[in-house]
Design a protein around this ligand. Structure first.
Ligand code: B16
Ligand code: MG
Length: 216
């Protein structure tokens, strides 16, 4: 019998393929500001809040702006991001995501979303995915971005499962760190090299079998 009673899912890069749109919007901003921004550098932004992501981007570009200007830059990036995701359809749901969410629920476990994105509800409603979650924690409910464990601890609390019985599914290094800081198990979605601190790493939820939770 698995000790896992609750599964907490990140959104961008785990359930939906929106991580690429965050990258495209940040890259557009960097290019407009006159510097290059690579996919490798973008790894540092995954799971990180909008304002903190901007700080990292400006550090890469070696640029300084006032707080007021930074708010305008972040808004600009978000407007582009929202424009990109407004055309999303069910093709952007990552392989195996819906199916695995359903299997988890059919096996009597609780599900929570644990994302720091303030756009989570737009995405979930747009793709009719909200119904798969017993609790939805997004960037409007938390003040600290990953690797702070707040988002996952709140998720566990809302589904009523002790943290020691929760597993987090994450594509970002900061998200795996957040799971570790929350004293939860973690399953990395992506590269074994990048997500080396996760308990298990798989390519996508299409490779996830419910029996793998017994290995944790
Ligand atoms: P927004 P997650 C995170 O979502 C993204 O990984 C990260 O790239 C983004 O900056 C952050 O949300 C904030 O998103 O600007 O939409 O509020 O991975 O926690 O689902
Ligand atoms: Mg993510």
């Amino acid at each position: 019998m698995s000790k896992i009673e609750g599964c907490i899912f990140d959104l961008d890069g785990v359930i939906v393929d929106t991580a690429k749109y965050h990258y495209l919007a940040w890259k557009r901003l960097a290019n407009e500001l006159g510097f290059k921004f690579t996919e490798e550098q973008n790894e540092r932004l995954k799971g990180v809040s909008r304002m903190k992501s901007l700080d990292i981007l400006l550090e890469i570009g070696n640029l300084n702006f006032s707080d007021k200007e930074k708010i305008e830059l972040a808004e600009k990036k978000n407007n582009w991001y929202v424009e990109y995701i407004s055309n999303m359809d069910s093709n952007e749901i990552l392989p195996g995501a819906k199916e695995f969410l359903q299997i988890v629920r059919d096996n009597g476990m609780k599900t929570a979303l644990g994302s720091v994105s303030k756009n989570s509800m737009t995405i979930l409603n747009g793709l009719n995915l909200a119904k798969y979650f017993d609790a939805i924690i997004d960037g409007n409910k938390v003040t600290h971005a990953k690797p702070n464990p707040e988002v996952f601890l709140l998720g566990a609390k809302e589904i009523g499962v002790p943290q020691a019985n929760c597993v987090v599914f994450e594509d970002a290094v900061s998200g795996i760190e957040a799971a570790i800081n929350a004293e939860m198990y973690s399953i990395g979605i992506g590269s074994k090299k990048v997500l080396s601190r996760a308990n298990i790493v798989i390519d996508s939820l299409a490779d996830m079998k419910i029996g793998m939770l017994d290995l944790l």
